[in-house]
Design a protein around this ligand. Structure first.
Ligand SMILES: C[S@@+](CC[C@H](N)C(=O)[O-])C[C@H]1O[C@@H](n2cnc3c(N)ncnc32)[C@H](O)[C@@H]1O
Length: 424
C-alpha cells in the first residue's frame, strides 16, 4: 500500500487516499479516513497533453485555434501576447511564456517537424483515406515518443499505467508505426526501443487512461460536446470506475487559474465517504443505460462492470441499449421520484448501498443519486458535487462538472444543511 499526496488545506498537506490492490481491478484509491462531501481529493497535472483535433482539416468550417501548450482558446488579433511557433505556421501560444515552456517540452523541434510531415503525408491526405481517430492517435504517439526523450521518468510513468494491448491498439499500431518509422522516427532513447509493440502498448495506455478536456457546454448544440485535448494525469489515472461514482472530476481549461495551471484537473467527493471505501469516478456520463455502459467498458477499458448498479440493471427485462430503453429508464425514474423524496436521505447512497435490502432499493437503488447529483439542465448529463466544505461546514451549493451550473442542494434533508444527513 502506498500513499498518494493530495491537495492540502492551507499549508498542511494531507493524505486522503492510499493506493491499494483491489481484487479484479488492479490498483485503486481508498479513503484513509472519513471524507466529506465536496472535499478535494486530488489535484493533478498532466504528464502529457495533446490536441484532440485531426492533423488535417476535416470540414469546411473554421477550426478554432488553441494555445498549443495550455489549450486555452485563442482569439488571434485580440492579444499581442499571442506568439506563433518560429518554425511553422500551424502552432500558436497564448504567451511567450507558453511558447518558451513548450519549446523545451511538448513542442520540441522534433514534434514540430513530425507533425508537419504527418500533416502532409499521403496517408492523411483526404478524410476518406484516414479516420480522424487515427490522426489524433498519430498526434498522441508523437507526444508520447517526445516525452521519452524530454522526460524519461514521465515516460516510464506512462508505461506503468494499467492497460494491456487491445485489438484496436494492435491494428492502429500496424498502420501508424510504419508511418512514424518512415516519416519521423523518434530520436533513440536508451531503454525504450522504438518497436511496433511499444507503439501498440502506448496506444493502449492512452486509450485506457487519458482524460478528455472538453469544449464548454453549449445548450444550443443540444449538449453535444467535443474534446479539445487529451491528457494523461498519473494520479487521477488510478481511479477505478463505478457506474454510481462517489467522486467526480472538474477541469477549468479556459479559466484564468491563479497559482495553478488551467490544465490541472480536480477530483471532488460527491458525498461523504467512510474510511476504507474505494473512491471511484464514472468514466462517462452517468445517465448512459446498462447495455451502453457495459459495451463501452468492455471495448474501451477491457472489463465487465459488476458494480451494484450494474448488478441491479442486469436483471431489468429490457436492457438492449436503444433509445426506447433510455426513455423507459427516464420514465421509471420519474415514477419513482415521489417515493424517493419521502425516503430517508441515505437511500441509495454509496455509503449504505451494501447493506440496504429494502425492496424499493433492490429494484432501483440509484434513483436517489440521479435526483440529487445529476444535473437537471437540458441535455447536460453532468454530475453535481458540492463545493468544498469550509472547515467542518458543508457547502449547500452543488456544482455541475459539465455545464458549471451552481445550484442549491434541495435534498439536504435538514432545510439547508446539505450533507448533514448523508453519512451513516
Ligand atoms: C484508469 S485505470 C484505473 C486504475 C487501474 N486499476 C490501475 O491499476 O492502474 C482503468 C483500468 O482499471 C481497471 N478497472 C477500472 N474500474 C474497474 C472496475 N470497476 N472493475 C474492474 N476493473 C476496473 C480496468 O482494467 C481499466 O482498464
Amino acid at each position: 500500500m502506498s500513499s498518494v499526496v493530495v491537495a492540502g488545506s492551507g499549508s498542511e498537506t494531507q493524505t486522503l487516499v492510499t493506493i491499494q490492490d483491489i481484487p479484479g481491478r488492479g490498483r485503486g484509491l481508498v479513503a484513509t479516513k472519513p471524507l466529506k462531501a465536496g472535499q478535494i481529493l486530488l489535484k493533478d497535472s498532466p504528464i502529457l497533453l495533446y490536441s484532440a483535433f485531426p492533423l488535417t482539416k476535416q470540414q469546411q468550417q473554421p477550426t478554432p485555434i488553441y494555445c498549443d501548450k495550455c489549450f486555452k482558446k485563442l482569439l488571434l488579433h485580440s492579444s499581442s501576447a499571442i506568439s506563433s511557433c518560429p518554425s511553422c505556421s500551424h502552432h500558436f501560444f497564448c504567451s511567450p511564456t507558453c511558447l518558451s515552456a513548450a519549446s523545451a517540452s511538448s513542442h520540441t523541434p522534433w514534434v514540430c517537424q513530425s507533425l508537419a510531415r504527418l500533416r502532409h503525408s499521403p496517408a492523411f491526405a483526404s478524410p476518406e483515406s484516414s479516420s480522424s481517430e487515427l490522426q489524433v492517435q498519430a498526434r498522441f504517439l508523437v507526444s508520447a515518443y517526445n516525452l521519452a526523450f524530454v522526460s524519461p521518468p514521465d515516460f516510464q510513468v506512462l508505461l506503468s499505467l494499467q492497460g494491456g494491448v487491445r485489438p484496436q491498439d494492435a491494428s492502429a499500431s500496424q498502420l501508424l508505426h510504419p508511418l512514424l518509422s518512415s516519416l519521423c522516427p523518434p530520436p533513440p532513447v536508451e531503454g525504450f526501443p522504438f518497436t511496433p509493440e511499444l507503439t501498440a502498448a502506448l496506444l493502449a495506455k492512452d486509450g485506457m487512461n487519458a482524460f478528455g478536456l472538453m469544449e464548454p457546454f453549449d445548450p444550443k448544440r443540444g449538449g453535444e460536446r467535443s474534446v479539445r485535448a487529451y491528457g494523461v494525469y498519473p494520479k487521477a489515472a488510478l481511479f477505478n470506475h463505478d457506474c454510481l461514482p462517489n467522486a467526480c472530476r472538474f477541469d477549468y481549461i479556459d479559466a484564468a487559474v491563479s497559482g495553478g495551471d488551467n490544465t490541472d484537473i480536480t477530483v471532488r467527493l460527491i458525498h461523504d465517504v467512510p474510511q476504507g471505501r474505494e473512491i471511484c469516478l464514472s468514466y462517462f456520463a452517468v445517465n448512459l443505460n446498462y447495455a451502453t455502459r457495459q459495451k463501452r467498458l468492455l471495448e474501451d477499458y477491457g472489463f465487465r462492470c459488476e458494480c451494484d448498479r450494474c448488478k441491479v440493471e442486469a436483471n431489468w427485462s429490457d436492457n438492449e441499449g436503444d433509445e426506447e430503453n433510455e426513455e423507459m429508464e427516464e420514465e421509471e425514474e420519474e415514477q419513482q421520484q415521489e417515493e424517493v423524496e419521502d425516503e430517508p436521505m441515505e437511500a441509495g447512497s454509496q455509503d449504505d448501498k451494501d447493506d440496504d435490502d429494502d425492496d424499493d432499493d433492490a429494484t432501483f437503488p440509484h434513483a436517489y443519486f440521479f435526483l440529487r447529483y445529476m444535473c437537471n439542465i437540458d441535455n447536460c448529463g453532468g454530475t453535481l458535487a458540492p463545493l468544498p466544505p469550509s472547515g467542518d461546514t458543508p457547502s449547500t451549493l452543488l456544482e455541475c462538472n459539465v455545464c458549471g451550473n451552481i445550484k442549491s442542494d434541495e435534498f439536504d434533508g435538514y432545510g439547508g444543511q446539505a450533507g448533514a444527513s448523508m453519512e451513516n
